[in-house]
Design a protein around this ligand. Structure first.
Ligand code: MN
Length: 204
């Protein structure tokens, strides 16, 4: 049984960057719905003993096309939101910058953390329609930035990457407060991103 990651804050804990109504709807409605739908499909497919990452990495083994598409969309919706919500903390609590191996790798590849943020924001802002911007780590330890459409991720797309950070650019993530200003949401979101979570993922 797949469960939503527990929030490290109350629904209004991300104010004013992310408003209480957005958290209530995003985590309390959208993520709830993805999780329920994914659990139903996993049961139907008899895949209860697999992790979400394993299921999404092996969709080609699901013969039924409807079931395969459902698992890809609902499973991605379930897992991507766990990755997203786990990395968010109230601005007063979030670790504002990376240290150690992750910082060294960012500086080596991007020059600085600010440069990485700029690149990721531009990438996420340019995603046409719904999707996600990602910072990932390849098997050789190098970092990679990319974007995905809908609920796709490195597992369903079989990319050589594990997630380090993700930026949700579905309209439901920002539209109540930021309306059409996706770039403003992305710029503000960094105040809530807890780099200790990114470090744990990178070092893990
Ligand atoms: Mn979302």
């Amino acid at each position: 049984m797949f469960e939503q990651v527990k929030l490290a804050f109350a629904n209004d804990g991300l104010e004013p960057v992310i408003d209480v109504a957005t958290v209530e709807t995003h985590y309390g409605k959208h993520h709830v719905a993805y999780t329920k739908a994914f659990n139903d499909l996993v049961e139907k497919a008899g895949l209860q003993d697999k992790s979400a990452e394993e299921i999404l990495s092996n969709l080609d083994q699901v013969a039924d096309e409807t079931l395969k598409t459902g698992l890809r969309n609902q499973g991605g919706g379930y897992l991507n939101h766990n990755i997203y919500f786990e990395q968010l903390k109230p601005a007063s609590e979030a670790k504002k910058a990376p240290e150690g191996a992750l910082l060294a790798q960012i500086e080596k590849q991007f020059g600085s953390v600010d440069k990485l943020k700029e690149e990721l924001n531009a990438l996420a802002a340019s995603q046409f329609g719904s999707g996600w911007g990602w910072l990932g780590k390849k098997a050789d330890g190098t970092l990679v930035t990319y974007k995905t459409a809908n609920q796709d991720n490195c597992y369903s797309l079989k990319l050589d990457s594990v997630p380090i950070l993700t930026l949700d650019v579905w309209e439901h993530a920002y539209y109540l407060k930021y309306r059409n200003l996706r770039a403003d949401y992305l710029k503000a979101l960094w105040d809530l991103i807890d780099w200790s979570v990114a470090e744990a993922r990178y070092n893990g």
